[in-house]
Ligand binder design. Sequence first.
Ligand SMILES: [Zn+2]
Length: 267
Amino acid sequence: MRTKTAIAIGAHPDDIEFYMAGTLLMLKQAGYEIHYLTVANGNCGSAEYNGAMLCSIRNTEARAAAKILGAHFHPSITNDLEVFYNLEQLRALAAVIREVKPGIVLTHSPQDYMEDHTNTSRLVVSAAFTRGMPNFKTVPARPTADYEVTVYHALPHGFCDQLRRRIIPGAFVNTTSVHKTQLKALAAHKSQQNWLDVSQGMNSYLLAMENMSLAAGRMSKKFKHAEGWRRHLHFGFCGPDADPLAEALGKNFLVNKAYERLCQRGY
Ligand SMILES: [Zn+2]
């Protein structure tokens, strides 16, 4: 059994808009209920405000962004640079997974330029893994359920790992038709926009996302704007060939054959 629910879990407020929101919007169009959670609250993302004030500002911005995406908002569980693979955070995230019961989980790449992102990726994988294990206690306590979930990892920042090596996606999602909404959701993170180029009506922050989705689009050789994904190994999550993004998105989903050639199973 698989639910038609998807959750995007990023490290910081705005990461979902940067790396995952196009796909989340496409899933919503395909009939999925969508959910939004950033593990950290963004309290270090500016030098202009103190941590508590910034945390409150960024919470308001993230809620506004989730509303633009049409996603259910879940509150953050820790501070920036305090995302660790520890039991407290795992219990909290596992509780959210048990509440939401996602058939699709979108999260960061296991390799990325900063530890909050890579730790989020690890936490999310384990939180999804424990969905049917009653002896693993969540906080707050939530009942387990037996269902299939497939975890997808976004492309890392700069499309490379911590050691500068190139990462290529296993598949592309065409985000062209929802790109404007994705930009609008990103723009809701007003505290992150440092300067405004009045002549173009666009600031550097939005341009960075624009460049990233265009670069993924070029890599696809098919779509104008795209997000790239790598599917987590199925053991403990779903059937070996389960690919619910492909199933839900049809012609707006494209397998990257170059990556598939690297994925020959050991047995
Ligand atoms: Zn981040």
